[in-house]
Design a protein around this ligand. Structure first.
Ligand code: BYC
Length: 330
């Protein structure tokens, strides 16, 4: 339904022109200025942004599913209203991000097709199940907490539409994180069974939330270039460390235990010492073999097919409106 902007005018040119354009692009990046959709940009920069922003958009859209199943089962009207608002925010984030990616010359239809065909990646974290209400707390606290650590620096991403979209998204994520923390706090102040449910949920979500930051720096093929282009501002491991530092005091307030017996602050190395993350599990999930990969994609595909009549009706309506305008002008 959407058409890609014609970018040939800003990408074509002689070798001299290209060198001058590259120099102008480099100067903008060096000066911490923003690159805007109509500015010249290297093809690799465009592709990297389309890859990252579309994966991020898909994550928000698929990320509605694990929580969406709890909307009808939330334990009170107030909890239901809050969860409904959070899931709606995630749909909104997906839409801002798809719009930001569209400014780079890919259509919404292409991105959707890549997702439902299983060709696109989305965050590994959304391939885990949500069997208990406490999972709504753990997702808010850990998953949105990790998202904030990862995404606050993205507000300064060099590509204007991405950085600006992230500002609003981060404000909303911070509300999401607090609501998750508050769900866990309430459970931890409840009965023994509620405390056990909260701890079990933290045990299941802790390691996958650390995987959200991506592979270790030495096995992250995209980091160096993305940091040079100032899309990413910190490495995967730097952000993971920052996240652990944020969790430790909060876990103490909650009264939950982070499920890593080796976790401690290493004063000499000035970093958190942790057990080894299970990278085999991470790669299995990325390869589509996580506990919920197939169900998530199947659900998204079915929703897309069920919505076909809405898209067709919108196109037919737009056509009729255009014909009406044409007749009025004639
Ligand atoms: N899951 O070279 P690397 C949310 C892929 S939604 C899956 O380090 P990069 C929320 C990576 O794509 C939050 N794939 O890559 C929503 C790459 O593969 P390709 C989602 C992963 O891009 C609803 C390969 O591994 N957040 O908060 O430099 C409810 C090598 O990695 C993952 C974002 O999308 C992963 N965890 O760095 C609640 C943030 N990690 O593309 C909450 C924006 C890595 O080369 N994205 N891969 O085939 C980023 O900041 C970066 O893309 C990453 C990875 C840090 C994730």
């Amino acid at each position: 339904m959407t058409t890609a902007p014609d970018l040939t005018a800003v990408t074509a040119g002689s070798a001299d022109d290209t060198a001058a354009e590259q120099a102008a692009f480099d100067a903008l990046i060096d000066a911490e200025q923003r690159i805007e959709p109509r500015d010249w940009m290297p093809e690799g920069y465009r592709k990297t942004l389309i890859r990252q922003i579309s994966q991020h958009a898909h994550s928000e859209i698929i990320g509605m599913q694990p929580e969406g199943t709890w909307i009808t089962r939330a334990p009170s009207l107030k909890r239901k209203a809050i969860l409904l608002a959070k899931v709606q925010d995630e749909a909104g984030h997906g839409l801002y991000l798809y719009s930001a990616a569209q400014t780079l010359g890919i259509t919404r239809d292409e991105m959707t097709q890549q997702l439902i065909d299983g060709r696109a990646k989305y965050s590994s974290i959304f391939n885990y199940p949500t069997p208990t209400w406490a999972d709504m707390g753990a997702i808010g606290w850990l998953v949105d907490g990790a998202a904030i650590c990862n995404q606050v620096p993205l507000c300064r991403a060099s590509y204007g539409p991405y950085g600006r979209a992230m500002v609003r998204i981060c404000k909303e994520e911070s509300f999401h994180q607090r609501q998750g923390f508050e769900i866990l706090l309430t459970l931890m102040q409840g009965t023994a069974a509620q405390r056990a449910m909260a701890q079990d949920s933290v045990d299941r979500w802790y390691w996958p939330s650390l995987m959200m930051f991506g592979p270790p720096d030495e096995s992250s093929p995209n980091s160096a270039q993305s940091m040079a282009w100032k899309i990413k501002r910190f490495s995967n491991d730097e952000l993971r460390q920052r996240f652990i530092g944020m969790l430790v005091p909060q876990a103490e307030i909650l009264g939950v235990t982070l499920p890593d017996p080796e976790l401690r602050w290493d004063e000499a190395a000035q970093r958190w010492h942790t057990s080894e993350i299970d990278w085999t599990e991470f790669h299995e999930v990325l390869a589509g073999r996580g506990p919920m990969n197939a169900a998530r994609l199947q659900h998204r595909r079915a929703a897309h097919e069920d919505g076909a009549w809405v898209r067709e009706a919108a196109v037919a309506y737009a056509r009729r409106q255009a014909e009406k305008t044409e007749r009025a002008v004639a």
